[in-house]
Design a binder for this molecule. Structure first.
Ligand SMILES: [Zn+2]
Length: 177
């Protein structure tokens, strides 16, 4: 577990690049639409945004994640702290609830005018391909991460607590970012 936590940025980056490469190759092999804007212009914009968003996230969230984790621990928050469920079922339900939360977040970003101003950047892409899914305003990324953190701590916190000492717990929390 510690090895996974220590390598979290590398694992995350590898998964991200693998999925992006697979999608881009799929689009290249079997395109479903004509491309009007050269890839080099859109990709350099969209990928530069990912780098900026990631840098802002990594700089902003370790403190917030730790603070949230400590608070969640002190208060004993967590759905599966209240409801007894097998670990596998709890993980599947947590993933579904996280997905539902992100869906509701998307609906909210369309419905609330102030949030739409941020989110329309994603819909203002001049063409449409795998990198459109990466094109988000940094503030939307921060709000999205806050929602994910609250959701994650609300769902999975109890399972990470019992077997860890307080020191181990504190040390492991930044992976929530
Ligand atoms: Zn949208």
């Amino acid at each position: 577990m510690d090895i996974i936590l220590a390598a979290e940025p590398e694992i995350r980056l590898t998964a991200f690049l693998s999925v992006l490469a697979a999608m881009a190759l799929w689009e290249l092999a079997a395109p479903r639409r004509r491309r009007d804007i050269p890839r080099v212009i859109r990709w350099s914009n969209n990928l530069a945004l990912v780098v900026i968003d990631t840098a802002i996230l990594r700089l902003s969230f370790p403190i917030l994640a730790v603070g949230l984790a400590v608070l969640a621990e002190e208060r004993g928050w967590g759905l599966f702290n209240i409801i007894e469920a097998p670990f596998g079922l709890a993980v599947i339900l947590s993933m579904l609830l996280l997905d539902l939360a992100i869906y509701l977040q998307h609906v909210m970003f369309h419905a609330v005018p102030a949030l739409w101003r941020l989110h329309r950047m994603h819909h203002a892409d001049l063409d449409f391909d795998a990198t459109t899914g990466l094109r988000f305003h940094p503030i939307e990324i921060l709000i999205s991460m806050a929602i994910k953190l609250v959701n994650r701590h609300a769902m999975l916190t109890p399972y990470r607590h019992p077997k860890m000492t307080p020191v181990e717990r504190t040390g492991s929390w930044p992976d929530a970012v």
